[in-house]
Design a protein around this ligand. Sequence first.
Ligand SMILES: Cc1cc2nc3c(=O)[nH]c(=O)nc-3n(C[C@H](O)[C@H](O)[C@H](O)COP(=O)(O)OP(=O)(O)OC[C@H]3O[C@@H](n4cnc5c(N)ncnc54)[C@H](O)[C@@H]3O)c2cc1C
Length: 331
Amino acid sequence: MNNFSYVRVASVEDAVQRAATDQAAMFIAGGTNLVDRMKVFLDQPSQLIDISRLELSRIEPTREGGLQIGALVTNTALADHPTVRRDYPILTRAILAGASQQIRNMATVGGNLMQRTRCPYYYDTVFACNKRQPGTDCAAVAGINRMHALFGASNHCIAVHPSDMCVALAALDAVVAVEGPQGKRQLPFVEFHRLPGETPQHDTNLEPGELITTVTLPPASFAKSGVYLKLRDRASYSFALVSVAAALALSDGQIREARLAMGGVAHKPWRSTGAEQFLIGKSAEEATFRQAAEVALEGAQPLPHNGYKVELTKRAVRRALTVSAKGGGIV
Ligand SMILES: Cc1cc2nc3c(=O)[nH]c(=O)nc-3n(C[C@H](O)[C@H](O)[C@H](O)COP(=O)(O)OP(=O)(O)OC[C@H]3O[C@@H](n4cnc5c(N)ncnc54)[C@H](O)[C@@H]3O)c2cc1C
C-alpha cells in the first residue's frame, strides 16, 4: 500500500477545498467500500479526507412535504427512520436487501451512491479493465459476463452499478445536492450516474472536488405501495443479478401513477419511463403487467452469458408490479 496522509475535516468548505487542491485525494465516509478498494490497490489516494464528522447526518422534512437526507446518514438510520418506513417503504426495503447489518451500520448514503462496480474483472488487477486503467481493454467482454449489463453498455465497459438503495432513489425521483469548488448545485438522481461510453473510469457526473451533501425525496403519494424485488445467487449478503423497484398508484383499478427502475442491468440504475408511460391509464391486471415488462426490456442487448437476465428481469418486473398493485409489502 502506498503512503497516504489522513485528515479529519470539520467543515464542508474545508473538505471541498482540500479535494480541489489535491486531485489524488479522496473523501472517506464509512470506509466500507473505499478501504476494501485500497487494500487491493484499486485506489491509491495521496490523502484521505475523513468527512465522517461533518454535520450531514440529519433526516429532515422539507417544506414541500418530502424528506431531506444528509449524505452521512447511515444506511441503517435511513432504513429505520419512521417517515421513510411509512412514506417511502420502497427505500427501506431496498436498503435492507443489501449488505449486512454491520456494514449498513457504517455505510453512508453518499458512499452508497459512490460505491463502485463489483465486476470481477475490475477487482482482479491481473485482467485488463478500462474502468481501473483507461485504455487497457475490457476483459469482461470476452470473459464470463453473466453478471453484466443488458442496457447502455459500450465496448469499453459492460459493468453494472451494484447499489440497491440507488434503484429505489431512481424510482423516487430523488435529487442529489453537491458542493464543490464552483459552488453548490443539484442533480436529478437519474442524471447522477453515467453510462460508460468511452470513459468508463467515470461512474458519475460529479466534478473533481465535489462532495455530496444531501439527497432529497420529493413528496410521493405513490411510494407507499412501493416494492423492491432483488434476485441474486444466494439469499443474503450478495449483490443483485437483477432488481426491480416498482410503485403504482391506482384509482378504481386504473393505474394513475407508475414508477419503475431496475438494478443489475446497466452501469447506472435503469429507470424505465417507457414502461411507466405504458402503464398509466391501464387497468391494473396481469395482462397489463406482462406487456409493461416487455416494454421495460425493449432494447436489451444481452451478452454471451447473461441472456437469462432478460427473462428473469421481465418476471421480476411482473411480480413487483403485481405486488405493488395490491398495496405493496414484502415480495
Ligand atoms: C461485503 C459487502 C456487501 C455489500 N453488499 C451490498 C449490497 O448488497 N447492496 C448494496 O447496495 N451495497 C452493498 N455493499 C456496499 C455498501 O453499501 C457500500 O460499501 C457503502 O454504502 C459505502 O458507503 P461508505 O460510507 O462506507 O463509503 P466509503 O467506503 O467511505 O466511500 C465510498 C466512495 O464514496 C466516496 N464518498 C463517500 N462519501 C461521499 C460524499 N459525501 N461525497 C462524495 N463522495 C463520497 C468515497 O470517496 C469513495 O470513493 C456491500 C459492501 C460490502 C463490503
